[in-house]
Design a protein around this ligand. Structure first.
Ligand SMILES: CC(=O)SCCNC(=O)CCNC(=O)[C@H](O)C(C)(C)COP(=O)(O)OP(=O)(O)OC[C@H]1O[C@@H](n2cnc3c(N)ncnc32)[C@H](O)[C@@H]1OP(=O)(O)O
Ligand SMILES: CC(C)C(=O)C(=O)O
Ligand SMILES: [Mg+2]
Length: 517
């Protein structure tokens, strides 16, 4: 790597196992932490913050185990500005090939007055003492100014200068409460980096929280202001509204290299897998529309977008799904889909329809999508099979109404089109389906024997299409009919008519005579 490109290298510090685990409910077992650490290490994360060793024996053991397992990354443990914390962190990270102590203290007036109950001078003394202690234990020491973004700049400069003099190799300026906005954040980094004596000896780091939804934007602004380490978590997990999402920071730097000319060493094709591992380990679902790794990040439902995608994926995607480890773009079939996507879906499902059949199938698909939340491939298969199977039908369902009362009457009022002429009929039965079948028989004037009647759900859920199957026998001839519809009774009527139509085709001229009668 050239000196020039090294200057523009952004180190990725992942704190999923520490700040991420501070998400309420996101606690991970040792096994799960090791799995996450392995994924992070394989992905090329530069520093893994594995925990807060003084917090509990479990946390200490986890940092030790991660330190022993990790092959490439630096492993760090968090420590307050307290001697015992720093000793405990050192004890844990010394098991790593490359270990770091990360120590922090509050610097903002509100924290000093209410949490730490310390004066500025006392904090300066604490920084000098604790950073020196850490540096005596290990060469790689990160110091963080908790609540840096609400700290007056002049005091922050004093703190940073003190930490660097005491031996800190990385200076982190966290936006602990997610208060910063990008321009101001960039300016804060630029001012500190250009004005603090000795700043060139340290790497500056951003650690942004998402309370205003600005964590990623602020992290990128910090990089523009001179930061060369970004602290982030997979899926944006973290305290309260979370930390900057690693996958978003990395992909923003990669995708907008034109205006953000910096690079990371992250193997981006691992991002989707890491997201799944963390989501499962922390038992924390990823929102569907989450950038980069959400279920919908590469899914398109609207016809205009789908049409564009089929012509050239760059029309609606700024990165390829493969670049983040997602197999492929999905064109979701729904009420906003158009003919281009429907045709493509039919091709994928192995159908080639003529123009008329295609138009009719498309109209039925739109109608189904209007009524059904999810249109699955199985729905489309059922719909097209039904459409293809009913081409040329002489008897068609125009309208039906079924009245059904517990312990009372079951009546079907039906309008059918028979050879293009509409005919209405009402008939009762022992149940709704019986009433429907009786009404059809009455309208058509034939009395086939019902050999089989069955209904299945095409997919799961109460809004699933019903797939109805009917087998009829007349004068020794047996025919079958199928139909799929969201309404079970309509599906049953159409399956019966489908079989009836086949009976008529097979019976040829004889049937025509019977119908006329
Ligand atoms: C912004 C961040 O994410 S900071 C990291 C937050 N993460 C965590 O707190 C998770 C792990 N924490 C824990 O397990 C516990 O809080 C422990 C073990 C660290 C401390 O537990 P306790 O000794 O019971 O203290 P408790 O949590 O009640 O209060 C925190 C104490 O640390 C002090 N403190 C907080 N930050 C620092 C610091 N950077 N340096 C020195 N002292 C600090 C507080 O002032 C308070 O001290 P006090 O008890 O004298 O008032
Ligand atoms: C401990 C520090 C780095 C932190 O998590 C924060 O300030 O948000
Ligand atoms: Mg934090």
């Amino acid at each position: 790597m050239s000196a020039e490109s090294n200057k523009d290298r952004v180190f990725i510090f992942d704190t999923t196992l520490r700040d991420g685990e501070q998400s309420p409910g996101a606690t991970m077992t040792l096994e799960e932490k090791l799995q996450v650490a392995e994924a992070l290490d394989e992905m090329g994360v530069d520093i893994i913050e594995a925990g807060f060793p003084i917090a509990s024996n479990g946390d200490f053991e986890a940092v030790v185990a991660v330190a022993k397992q990790v092959k490439r990354a630096t492993v760090t443990g968090l420590a307050r500005a307290i001697t015992a914390d720093i000793d405990r962190a050192a004890e844990a990270v010394r098991h790593a090939k490359k270990g770091r102590i990360h120590t922090f203290v509050s610097t903002s007036p509100i924290h000093l007055a209410h949490q730490m109950k310390k004066t500025e001078d006392e904090v300066i003394e604490i920084i000098a003492r604790t950073v020196a202690q850490a540096r005596n234990l290990i060469d790689d020491v990160e110091w963080s100014a908790m609540d840096a973004t609400r700290t007056p700049l002049e005091f922050l400069k004093r703190c940073v200068e003190t930490a660097i003099k005491a031996g800190a190799t990385t200076i982190n300026l966290p936006d602990t409460v997610g208060y910063a906005v990008p321009d101001e954040h960039e300016a804060m980094f630029r001012t500190i980096i250009t004005s603090v004596p000795g700043a060139d000896k340290a790497i500056f780091s951003a650690h942004c929280h998402n309370d205003l939804g600005l964590a990623v934007a602020n992290s990128l602004a910090a990089v523009r202001g001179g930061a060369r380490q970004v602290e982030c978590t997979i899926n944006g997990l973290g305290e309260r509204a979370g930390n900057a999402a690693l996958e978003e920071v990395v992909m923003a730097l990669r995708t907008r290299a034109d205006i953000l000319p910096y690079h990371t060493e992250i193997e981006t094709t691992h991002l989707a897998r890491a997201s799944k591992i963390v989501s499962a380990a922390a038992n924390f679902p990823v929102q569907y529309n989450k950038a980069i790794v959400g279920k919908n990040a590469f899914a398109h439902e609207s016809g205009i977008h789908q049409d564009g995608m089929l012509k050239n994926a760059e029309t609606y995607e700024i990165m390829t799904p493969a670049s983040v480890g997602i197999k492929e773009t999905t064109l979701v079939m729904g009420k906003h889909s158009g003919r281009a996507a429907f045709k493509d879906k039919l091709k994928e499902l192995g159908y080639e329809l003529g123009d008329n059949a295609f138009q009719e199938a498309f109209v039925r698909f739109k109608d189904l999508a209007d009524r059904k939340k999810h249109v699955y491939d199985a729905d489309i298969v059922a719909l097209v099979d039904d459409e293809v199977g009913s081409v040329g039908d002489r008897i068609k369902l125009v309208d039906m109404e079924v009245v059904s009362k517990t312990g009372g009457v079951h009546k079907a009022n039906m309008t059918l089109s028979i050879d293009g002429e509409e005919s209405s009929v009402s008939y009762e039965g022992t149940g709704s389906v019986d009433a429907i079948f009786n009404a059809i028989k009455q309208a058509v004037g034939q009395q086939p024997h019902l050999v089989l009647y069955a209904v299945d759900g095409v997919t799961g859920g109460t809004d699933a299409q019903a797939s109805a199957h009917v087998r009829l026998e007349l004068n020794g001839r047996i025919v079958s009919g199928n139909a799929a519809e969201p309404d079970t009774l309509v599906a049953s009527a159409r399956a019966y008519l489908n079989a009836y139509n086949r009976l008529l085709i097979e019976r040829g001229a004889a049937a025509q005579g019977a119908m006329a009668g």
